[in-house]
Design a binder for this molecule. Structure first.
Ligand code: ADP
Length: 401
């Protein structure tokens, strides 16, 4: 079986063609500069191809993807009939979606309804869906939401303490993001360790350009760090993470900026970039901090401090913790950061093994000592396999795992 996985952004579109049963990826690539000029980067048959192709809209981008997938030389299938289903990543499912689902007119209307909550991503995701429907009208399509996994949070975790009317009328609440990743690593780590997921308390640390933490108790998310948007939580590449919302008003008044301008600054110019004044990329921060750059040192310390705070609070929320998992770019590669995050957590029963930690980069591994009560692990995330498997389950009528 072949599932085409689509992750459409406002000017880009990532794709993968995967067999969901084996996880084998036969082709993957990226359309960039949609609406500007258009460039396709395609990886298949051990070869990377870059082509300039006009992409005035997402439709032409999808057409370019299908054309290269069936190309006699660079393609991997003979005809688009060999694509059995399409799985779309959708950012914001609001309070409409608790699970992945087949895309029909009602689902499209509900994704549209969530646009005010995801004003940048949802319209792009919809463009990807519509473009695919145009060129593959008979192929079943499935939507997989970044927010869905977090919908099991209890009220005390997802409500903001504002007049309740704002929740009721405007659906102002914590939603959380990276749900597909938190779901994958929290499940995979239990399989990897041979633990019963329904009885295991896991803290997942997804640390990438965007970072979020989650508390997963018995396979269900009970709390997460991102909020109504991905701005809340730990300090990220360019996002501030949590802060007193009065900061927005204070800066707006003093700098004669609008709320939108201040929030744009909080999203795009803050975080590691804003504090270090150097870069949003952790590799640059590490290199600068190691050579004594003071602002880079503070930026890194702030990230470590934030992650530690969430680990402590999520252990409290779940009356303990059995497994702590690190994933995504920084979580999978950052051995030194993991060591500093976990230092001093012996009081909680979590003891990192410094040698296993260094060896654990980029692969499924246990990085705690043999006598550590809490297992600390690295699990490389794989959001695409989740999208492909959900798509397979939904189109074949099997229950989603
Ligand atoms: P995205 O959120 O865009 O998917 P990723 O999960 O790819 O991001 O993570 C990107 C982050 O991972 C960047 O900050 C990058 O510097 C960091 N990263 C990648 N490799 C390393 C490494 N070897 N050591 C520390 N950080 C790393």
């Amino acid at each position: 079986m072949n599932v085409l996985i689509i992750n459409a952004g406002s000017s880009s579109l990532k794709y993968q063609l995967m067999d969901p049963e084996t996880g084998a990826v036969s082709a993957k690539g990226l359309c960039e500069r949609i609406y500007i000029d258009g460039r396709l980067t395609h990886n298949a048959n051990g070869k990377k191809i870059v082509k300039d192709i006009p992409m005035p809209t997402h439709s032409e981008a999808i057409q370019a993807v299908l054309a290269i997938l069936v190309d006699p030389v660079d393609g991997v299938i003979k005809s688009t009939d060999e694509i059995d289903a399409v799985g779309h990543r959708v950012l914001h499912g609001g309070m409409e979606f608790f699970d992945s689902c087949i895309i029909n007119d009602e689902v499209i209307a509900a994704i549209e309804k969530c646009i005010p909550l995801g004003p940048l991503h949802n319209p792009a995701n919809l463009m990807g869906i519509r473009a695919c429907q145009e060129v593959m009208p008979d192929t079943p399509m499935v939507a997989v939401f970044d927010t869905a996994f977090h919908m099991t949070m209890p009220k005390e975790a997802y409500l903001y303490a504002l007049p309740l009317d704002y929740y009721k009328r405007l659906k102002v609440r914590r939603y959380g993001f990276h749900g597909t990743s938190h779901r994958y690593v929290s499940k995979r780590v239990c399989e990897f360790l041979g633990l019963d997921r329904s009885k295991t308390r896991v803290i997942t640390c997804h640390l990438g350009n965007g970072s979020s933490m989650a508390a997963v108790d018995g396979g269900k998310c009970v709390d997460t760090s991102m909020g109504i948007t991905p701005l809340e939580g730990v300090i990220m590449g360019t996002r501030s993470g949590s802060m007193d919302p009065a900061v927005v008003q204070y800066i707006a008044n003093n700098e004669h900026m609008t709320v939108d301008e201040v929030l744009n600054m909080c999203n795009k110019k803050s975080g590691l970039l804003g504090i270090s004044g150097l870069s949003s990329d952790m590799r640059d921060i590490d290199a600068a901090a190691d050579s004594g750059h003071e602002r880079a040192i503070i930026a890194r310390d702030m990230l470590i401090h934030g992650i530690r705070k969430y680990i402590g609070s999520y252990a409290a929320v779940m009356n303990g913790v059995d497994v702590i998992v690190f994933t995504a770019g920084i979580g999978e590669n950052g051995a030194e950061l993991r060591e500093r995050v976990m230092s001093g957590f012996e009081f909680l029963g979590a003891k990192l093994d410094p040698v296993k930690n260094v060896e654990g980069n980029r692969k499924e591994s246990v990085i705690s000592t043999d006598d550590s009560k809490v297992k600390i692990c690295v699990i490389p995330t794989d959001e695409e396999i989740v999208i492909a498997r959900d798509t397979l389950c939904i189109v074949t009528g099997k229950p989603i795992e």
